[in-house]
Design a protein around this ligand. Structure first.
Ligand code: SF4
Length: 250
C-alpha cells in the first residue's frame, strides 16, 4: 500500500478510536478524564502541551496531583512575554512539576525564513508554523496523544470541541472542553493558584508578545490574539495535510 494510503488508513483508525473514547469517557469530569488518559489509556505515551498562559495553572495543578513527572511541553517561540517565562518557573516550582520540556524553533529554519526576527509583522501563519507547529510536531513525535487546555467557550472556532479529538495519527485530549470562564476562576480560587501577572492588565489569553493585546469587556477570551487580522489559531490546533509545503502569505 502506498504511503498516502497507509497514512489515510491510520488516520481513519485514530478518528474511530477518538470517537470511541469520547463515547466512553467524554462525560467524565476533567480530573477523571486526565487520570484515565495518563494512567490507563495512554500510559507512558502522553504529554501535556502548556503555554503557561492565563488559564494554564488549572491543568498543571491537576497534572501535579496525578503525575507530576508527566512530560509538559512548553513551546518557547522566542517571542513570549518575560512575564510568561517567569510565571512558568513559578508554577513549575510551586506545583512540583519535574518534567517541563522547553522546545525551541529550529535554528536553521529561523535563519532561512526569519533572520531578522520580524516575520510576525509580514506573515503570521509562516511565523507560527516555524516557531510553533514544526517544533511541536518534533516534540510530540514520541507520543500517541497530547493534552491541551482548550475550552469551548473561548471562541466560535472551538464551540464544538470534543474531549477526545483525532489529530492526524495522534489523539488530543481536551479535559476542560466543557468548562466555563467561571469554572476556571472558581478552581483557581479553591486551589489558591497564582494568576499570570498580565491577567490583571486585561490579557485573558496570552501568546507571543507581538501578537497579543488586552481584551475589552464583552469580547471573546481570545479576541486579543492576532487582533484585526482574522487569524484565530496559531496552527498547532488546525489540521493540515502532512508534508504540505507551507507557502501561504497573509
Ligand atoms: S504568535 Fe506571533 S510571534 Fe508568535 S509565532 Fe505566531 S506570528 Fe510569530
Amino acid at each position: 500500500m502506498a504511503d498516502a494510503a497507509l497514512r489515510k488508513s491510520a488516520e481513519e483508525c485514530t478518528s474511530e478510536r477518538a470517537a470511541a473514547l469520547e463515547a466512553q469517557y467524554g462525560h467524565l469530569s476533567a480530573e477523571e478524564v486526565l487520570k484515565i488518559a495518563i494512567t490507563e489509556v495512554f500510559e507512558g505515551q502522553i504529554a501535556l502541551v502548556s503555554s503557561f498562559g492565563a488559564d494554564s495553572s488549572v491543568m498543571l495543578n491537576m497534572i501535579s496531583d496525578i503525575a507530576p513527572d508527566l512530560p509538559v511541553v512548553f513551546l518557547d517561540t522566542g517571542k513570549h512575554f518575560g512575564e510568561t517565562r517567569r510565571y512558568g518557573k513559578v508554577l513549575e516550582e510551586k506545583l512540583g512539576l519535574t518534567n517541563v520540556q522547553t522546545v525551541l524553533p529550529d535554528a536553521d529554519r529561523l535563519a532561512e525564513l526569519d533572520k531578522g526576527g520580524f516575520l510576525f509583522s509580514t506573515n503570521h501563519d509562516l511565523c507560527c508554523h516555524i516557531r510553533k507547529t514544526e517544533p511541536l510536531e518534533r516534540a510530540l513525535e514520541p507520543f500517541a496523544a497530547s493534552i491541551t487546555g482548550r475550552k469551548r467557550f473561548q471562541n466560535s472556532a472551538r464551540d464544538r470541541l470534543p474531549v477526545f479529538e483525532a489529530d492526524g495519527t495522534r489523539i488530543k485530549v481536551n479535559p476542560l472542553a466543557s468548562w466555563s470562564f467561571e469554572d476556571l476562576v472558581d478552581y483557581r480560587e479553591q486551589h489558591d493558584l497564582p494568576a499570570h501577572p498580565l491577567v490583571e492588565q486585561g490579557f485573558l489569553s496570552i501568546g507571543c508578545m507581538p501578537c497579543t493585546s488586552p481584551v475589552e469587556p464583552g469580547e471573546d477570551q481570545r479576541a486579543g490574539r492576532w487582533r484585526g487580522t482574522g487569524k484565530t489559531e496559531c496552527g498547532i490546533h488546525i489540521k493540515t495535510p502532512k508534508g504540505e509545503t507551507f507557502i501561504r502569505r497573509d
